[in-house]
Design a protein around this ligand. Structure first.
Ligand code: NAP
Length: 322
């Protein structure tokens, strides 16, 4: 079957290890289902895998991709939940120290077909297209948990989203606006700042800008480049929720004094569980949210999407259709 897989890894030239080519069909196994994909999505995670971050070389070749929606063997339209717990794990799968995401241990979704544990299939609401359903598995699920589970925010609060253009960031903006938060964003590019306002942000600022007032919470995925600004932008008692560090995980200043003196909370957040994915899908349909899509390609042209993401040239999700 056609797929996009990592054949080798390079931190300096990650796309050199990307192959768009043929791999064997997934094998059926007890308790698992094979899904024929209709749409799949790209995440920064896929670029990190090609860099050798989070995917060990002894697991290559590995089909990439965490996001997907399609049809299972029984004809059900499904969204794929990408978090795979270890055998016998009970409880929230994101707390399993041995959990993996699709494409880390088991082949991922950038393929014509993928095998996943049957419990990882979430019914796709009829009102959601396959393309928009494929946006939800990773970036949108992560944004949902950051905002609605881990931030402690209630509607009416002001939240700052760092780095407006990414998949997680656009999801944070659209979900936050739909839930009644005042969403402020930063972006390096004027065009992305304008587009963030179009999809629901109240105001958009250049990175590091002084805000009109301090905010209740900051949503961090950029990491080192924005960390000090995030800490400085919080009200006393405010919360920074962090789920990524695209620009690096060693900020010039950890800001420890400000964190304890102003009694800030730093909350780590990773993906979400199956129930949260179901609720996210329902929320998106109930609020008639149209996820921001940067661009859509046939899977055969996936390399163009990877190039865009590696260059940071994105506003919303990059999707592949099958
Ligand atoms: N913990 C989890 O479960 C989880 C799940 C999903 C994603 N993540 C992580 O979250 C991050 C974002 O993922 P994504 O898929 O949304 O990636 P993406 O689409 O590539 O987004 C990258 C974003 O980061 C900003 N950015 C990148 N480099 C920057 C820099 N040097 N300075 C300032 N801003 C910078 C960009 O903002 P502008 O261009 O607008 O300035 C853009 O919005 C990644 O690190 C990813 O691994 C974690």
């Amino acid at each position: 079957m056609l797929c996009a897989y990592a054949a080798s890894q390079s931190s300096s030239d990650p796309l050199s290890g990307l192959v768009i080519g043929e791999r064997p069909d997934p094998a059926a196994r007890p308790g698992w289902s094979v899904v024929t994909l209709r749409a799949a999505g790209l995440n920064h995670h896929d670029v990190f895998s090609l860099e050798g971050v989070g995917l060990s070389a002894d697991r290559l070749p590995m089909i990439l991709g965490c996001d997907g929606a399609g049809v299972d063997e029984a004809g059900n339209e499904v969204i794929i939940h990408a978090v795979v717990p270890s055998d016998g794990w009970v409880g929230d799968e994101t707390l399993d120290p041995a959990r993996t995401l699709l494409s880390e241990l088991y082949d991922g979704t950038l393929a014509e077909r993928v095998a996943v544990p049957s419990r990882n299939l979430v019914p796709k609401p009829a009102g959601l297209s396959f393309a928009h359903a494929a946006c939800l598995s990773t970036a949108w699920l992560t944004a949902y948990r950051m905002l609605f589970v881990n931030s402690g925010l209630t509607p009416g609060a002001t939240v700052l989203v760092q780095g407006a253009g990414g998949g997680v960031s656009t999801a944070l903006t659209q979900l936050g606006a739909a839930a009644g938060f005042r969403v402020w964003v930063t972006s390096r590019e004027e065009d992305k700042r304008a587009r963030a306002v179009e999809i629901g942000a109240d105001q958009a600022f250049a990175p590091g800008a002084r805000l009109p007032e301090r905010v209740d919470a900051v949503m961090e995925t950029v990491g080192a480049a924005t960390w000090s600004h995030s800490i400085n932008s919080l009200k006393s008692g405010g919360t920074v929720v962090i789920s990524g560090a695209t620009s690096g995980n060693a900020p010039a200043k950890a800001e420890l004094t400000k964190i304890f003196f102003r009694q800030l909370r730093v909350v780590g957040s990773t993906m979400g569980n199956r129930t949260e994915l179901e609720r996210l899908a329902a929320f998106v349909v109930n609020k008639a949210i149209t996820p921001a899509v940067d661009s859509t390609y046939a899977l055969a042209d996936a390399r163009t999407g990877f190039e865009k993401m590696a260059a940071g040239d994105v506003f919303g999700k990059i999707l592949f259709t099958l």
